[in-house]
Design a protein around this ligand. Sequence first.
Ligand SMILES: Cc1ncc(COP(=O)(O)O)c(C=O)c1O
Length: 416
Amino acid sequence: MMFDATLTDQAPCRSDRLTSLSEYPFPRLHALLADVTPLANVAPSILTIGEPQNEPPALLTSTVAAAAPSAWAKYPPTAGTPEFRSAVAGWLSRRFNLPGDFINADKTILPVCGTREALYQLAQLVVPTQKAGQKPVVLIPNPFYAVYQGAAVMAGAEPVFLDGTKETGYLPDLDAVPEETWARTALFYLCTPANPQGAVASLDYLKRALTLARRHGFTVAFDECYGELWHNSVPTGGLDAARALGGERPLSNLMSFHSLSKRSSAAGLRSGFVVGDPDLIAGFTRLRAYSLAGMPLPVLTAAAALWADDAHVEINRAYYRANVDAAEAVLNGKLGYYRPDAGFFLWLDVSQVAESGEEATKRLWREGAIKVLPGAYLTQPHKDGYNPGGRYIRVALVQDADNVARSMERLVRILT
Ligand SMILES: Cc1ncc(COP(=O)(O)O)c(C=O)c1O
C-alpha cells in the first residue's frame, strides 16, 4: 500500500454508547463541591459512599492467610469450587427457609467478583438485538444504581426508568409500564432492599414482577445486596417469590444477586454470587468464560467460610441498626425522615429548607464539613426536565453510632 502524505491522522473511533451515559455520581459531586470551602476545625463527615467503615470478621483474614501458596498459582474456575457453591446453597436454604432440594448448588449458583460486575455483564447475556421487532428495553428503578444504566446502554438497549416515589412505596411503579413496553423488555433491574430509599418489596410485588417476566419473556435481576442489613423484619427476596409461585421450573426468569460487601463488611474482597434460572446460569458461565478472570481460589475459600457463618452478620446488623436508631433520635419528624426497612442510607427530603438537594449539599459542606450526595445524581430526569430526585439528599450511615449522632445534629442545625 502506498503511503499518502496528504492524509491527516485521525483519532481512533470509539463507542458512541458511552458518551450517551450520564456522568457517574461521584465525579459530579466532586465538580459541585470544587469551589466550596468546607467548615474548618471540624473533622469532615463523609456520608456519601456506601462503603463499610467497620472491619470484616477475623474469619476473613485468617482464611485467606491459611491458603496454600499453590492456591495463588492456579487460575480459578469460572464456576468456583464445590465447597463455595455448597456453602452458598446452605446459606440460601437458611436465609430463605427453602426445602432441601430447592437449590441445585451446581446448576443454579455462580460466584461473581462483587455483584457490580455481574449486574453489568448480565445485560450482555439477556439483551438481544431486537425484541418484539424493536429495540429492547431494560427497566431501571429511579433512583437507581448507576451500573444498571451503564449495562443497559452498553448492551444496546433503551433504558426505561420507573420512578420509585413516596407514593409508590419507593419502588418502581409496575402499573406505569405500558403493554408495548413490557413486550420490548429484556431485563428488569429490581433493587430490593432499595438503594437509596431502603424500601423492601413485598412478596406480592416480587411475585408480580416474576410473573410479568415469565409472561413477557424477560429476566428479573433481583439486586439484594442490602438484604442482610434489615432494621424491622427479614426482607423478602426473589427466591421467596419463586418458591411461592412454585411450578416445575421455579427459578425460571430469575437471577438474584447477593454480596459479601455489606453483609460481611468485605467490599474489598470483591465477592458475591448469583443464584437463578439454570439455563441463564449456564449461559452466564459460558459468557464469563470469555471475559472474566474468575474469583481467586483463596477468596472462594474465605467467601465460603463467611457464607457459612451467620454470627458476624448479627453483629453487623446490630451496628447498622444502632446507626439508624442514632439518626432517628435526631431526625424524627424532620426532613421527611422515615425509618428505612433495610440498608444504611437515608433519603431525606430537603425541599422545605433548600432550593434543591444540590444546594443543601453545598451548604452542608460549607457550613458543616458534611459531605452527602444530591438525590438528583441518582435519578434520571423526566423528558420535561423534572427530576424526581431533585428534592432529596442521600446520607450514608456507615460511621459508628456516636459519629452518626454528631453528624446528624450538625446536619439538622444547618438545614432546619
Ligand atoms: C444497589 C447496589 N447494587 C450492587 C452494588 C455492588 O456491590 P458489590 O459489587 O460490592 O457486591 C452496590 C454497591 O454499593 C449497590 O449499592
